[in-house]
Design a protein. Structure first.
Length: 762
């Protein structure tokens, strides 16, 4: 038996009952990883021995399949490995492992015409559906369904007569699909007249399972579709340089970027209308990144504590594009936080569960109302964007391993920390997962992913830390999962999940995992955290049902485009027009151990890039023999065969860019050479030139196009000695926006001229 959700949460909060830390939690997971070979192709799956496992079922489906096959293996519980040789290179295979089944089918022989009673019971009086999972039962015979349901409270009893003289039937089949708490469920089939029990089932073990997405040379994900970057407008001007850098980082990772601004006081439906309009204009839009204080939707009648029932924040409203959201029926004002109150017509929606599948991968970075930090909102967002760029660019050391800080244990079958045990091994490999205290471990030791759970409040997780800890102590983990009371209500002041994003160090993602369980296994082969988020939000029966499945508060705090594995980028791409209007590309190395480089081309920085080489380029130069007429924007990306805990896949680095117009050429010697530099380069909205002036003198700073024509004079006057900088917004002398292309900035001072080659992209 277990506590009801409000009582359980309250006990968690005050720490009255907690079982021994991590007691039995690992038993709820199958910690599976894969080692692969390509000749002949095979995937060797292995997992630690579990003396509690009675048996192990293995299911498989090929990527793209919507349903699972029958088990490909049924092993004794002592088994620790399985080899799948029915595979080919370049394809992804998804595996499901079950130590306990979540579905049962019993066939019972009964004489035709028998008068029967079927009774099903729930020990905690909350049925099998739907708040804690999507359990259901069905009793059928010879094509006739005699009893079915799932939402029945304490018990449901059905009397019926099996078959008839005209259509005789001699057997019944009882099908049971469990919710999270199978140990609460029992059933009994008896003769109505005598009460004699003919068959019975339950209680059942909670789900013990695992998943893996494995492959041999799984193909690189080159085009990730369009991302809509919604920025709160007060951040646009002060963070302009960082936002431009973020856009270039996204483009370099295979996204097309559309940026729009939103006022924090806009109405939620108006923001949704903007998203719908952007998607209608670009059906390839797959991702939504909410940056800053984007208006927060609230929805549902979510149950947790007695003081915490009602509407919770629901960014799922922005990502689910074709379902019906209403504001008509929920009427609940019991929560202590007024934001959770939900009454008809108040602008908060009724839906507790998603009305339809999520269409977009949604992530939010919102650091408003975080007074626990010494820095203000703008400074915290700036720090997040700096951390984000540093991670993408490989400028920080992050060890590929997982840390679990479990202060909850089994929790009556929920076992939230099993998410870490379940997936970290597949992400990082056998032996790369350990237990330890969140603090001080993560102040000095690097872990790519960590999981922490404990008795909670809006701002604390017992045994893990507090929002104040995150505001004052560095954290060396990039991805974080947390479980505890109140965490999912992430719009609260100094909320723990959002505090993680503001911390110094490396944190970029934080999710509330345990209600429901998150499914992360696709990230092992290069998919983004946004991909895992949408997969988790949409889960009905693709993966094992878990507490609060498909509920609208399930959200990603962080950049939805982030991947696990970072690869260094090539740099200093230079394009030159050769005789016959061929284009030569040269660049500097991205390091060793590579398969080579891929070359991409687009008519503008905002367009989709198309790969123009067939096989990886082995070297640091390449010639485009057939460039397009007009503007050509080139991108070069390194490619590496990456090994994870789930096999091998081709990983792409961020791209490096340059561009030119094949109908124009320029003699760069006309402009001399020197040490003047600009950042960013290439640039979209503006760039800043930096140079060191040895002594005071008159100076002239000008911008020329590729034909040598003067387009803008940036400075004409006296320069002081020392380090100097001057900005250029990409406009001409009359303030008009200049076209994409190659430009040269020259500095003439002290009798010398030096220049800088710059690329303006659109």
């Amino acid at each position: 038996m277990r506590f009801s959700t409000p009582l359980l949460s309250a006990l968690l909060l005050i720490g009255v009952w907690l079982p021994a830390a991590h007691a039995g939690t690992r038993e709820y997971a199958v910690e599976v990883s894969a080692v692969v070979q390509d000749s002949p192709p095979r995937i060797d799956l292995s997992w630690p021995a579990d003396p509690t496992a009675p048996e192990i079922f293995i299911y498989r489906r090929t990527e793209g399949d919507s349903s699972w096959s029958a088990p490909i293996a049924h092993l004794d519980g002592s088994a620790t490995s399985f080899t799948d040789s029915d595979v080919i290179c370049g394809r992804g295979y998804e595996y499901a492992f079950r130590k306990t089944l979540g579905f049962f089918s019993d066939t019972i022989q009964v004489p035709n015409g028998s008068d029967l009673t079927f009774a099903i019971y729930d020990a905690w009086h909350d049925g099998m559906c739907c708040y804690h999972g999507l359990g259901a039962y069905e009793v059928a015979g010879c094509g006739v369904v005699y009893a079915a349901g799932g939402s029945f409270g304490a018990e449901e009893i059905t009397a019926f007569t099996l078959g008839s003289p005209e259509e005789p039937c001699n057997e019944l089949i009882v099908n049971v699909t469990l919710d999270v708490y199978g140990q609460e469920t029992t059933w009994r089939l008896s003769e109505e007249a005598s009460g004699a029990v003919l068959a019975e089932g339950g209680p059942y073990a909670p789900p013990h399972f695992g998943h893996l997405f494995a492959g041999i040379k799984y193909p690189a994900i080159e085009n990730r579709g369009t991302i809509l970057l919604l920025v709160e407008e007060s951040l646009s001007a002060p963070l302009a340089d960082r936002l431009q850098r973020l856009e270039m980082d996204l483009i370099a990772d295979g996204y097309q970027v559309r940026r729009r601004t939103v006022n924090r006081n806009d109405e939620v439906p108006a923001v949704k209308a903007l998203i719908l309009a952007e998607r209608a204009g670009d059906p390839s839009m797959e991702t939504l990144f909410l940056l800053g204080r984007i208006p927060v939707p609230y929805s549902g009648n979510i149950m947790e504590h007695s003081d915490h029932c009602g509407a919770w924040p629901a960014d799922t409203y922005y990502g689910e594009l074709d379902g019906t959201w209403t504001d008509l029926s929920v009427n609940n004002t019991t929560a202590s936080r007024p934001e959770n109150h939900n009454i008809p017509g108040d602008g908060k929606f009724d839906q507790t569960f998603l009305p339809s599948d999520m269409d977009l991968q949604v992530g939010r970075v919102d650091l408003a109302n975080m007074s626990v930090f010494a820095e203000d909102e703008q400074a915290l967002i700036a720090r997040y964007l700096d951390k984000n760029h540093a991670f993408r660019a490989g400028q920080q050391t992050t060890i590929r391993r997982g840390l679990i800080d479990d202060n909850v244990g089994e929790l009556y079958g929920l076992a939230p920390a099993a998410t870490g045990w379940r997936y970290f091994t597949g992400l990082f490999g056998a032996g790369a997962v350990s237990e330890g205290d969140f603090f001080p471990t993560l102040e000095s030791e690097s872990y790519l992913w960590c999981y922490g759970c404990g008795a909670g409040s809006y701002t604390s997780c017992a045994g893990v830390g507090t929002s104040y800890d995150f505001a004052t102590r560095p954290v060396t983990s990039v991805f974080t999962s947390l479980y505890g009371s109140y965490f999912g209500d992430w719009d609260s002041t100094n909320n723990l999940l959002r505090a993680m994003l503001g911390a110094q160090g490396q944190p970029l993602v934080c999710v509330y995992s345990g209600r429901p369980n998150w499914h992360l296994h696709h990230m092992a082969l290069g998919h983004s955290i946004g991909y895992s988020t949408r997969l988790t939000q949409n889960n009905i029966n693709q993966y094992t049902s878990s507490d609060c499945i498909r509920q609208v508060p399930t959200a990603l705090m962080g950049d939805p485009t982030l991947k696990l594995h970072v690869l260094a980028s090539p740099s200093q791409l230079q394009t030159t027009i050769l005789p016959g209007e061929q284009v030569e590309l040269t660049w500097t190395s991205a390091g060793s151990g590579l398969e080579g480089y891929h070359i991409y081309r687009a008519p503008s920085i905002r367009a989709a890039f198309e790969r123009i080489n067939e096989t990886p380029v082995d070297g640091l130069t390449w010639i485009d023999a057939s460039p397009s007429e007009g503007m050509n924007v080139y991108m070069v990306r390194a490619i590496k065969l990456e090994t994870s805990g789930s096999g091998t896949y081709y990983n792409l680095s961020p791209g490096t860019f340059d561009s030119l117009n094949v109908s124009s050429s320029v003699d760069e010697t006309l402009f001399g050479a020197g040490t003047i530099r600009n950042f960013p380069n290439p640039f979209v909205e503006g760039t800043v030139l930096h140079f060191d002036q040895p002594q005071a003198s008159r100076g002239l700073i000008r911008v020329f196009n590729v034909t040598g024509g003067l387009v803008r004079t940036l400075f004409d006057g006296e320069l002081t000695a020392g380090k100097q900088s001057i900005a250029w917004d990409g406009t001409g002398a009359k303030g008009h926006r200049l076209p994409s292309g190659l430009y040269f900035c020259t500095l003439t001072a002290g009798g010398q001229t030096q220049s800088r080659r710059m690329t303006l992209l659109k």
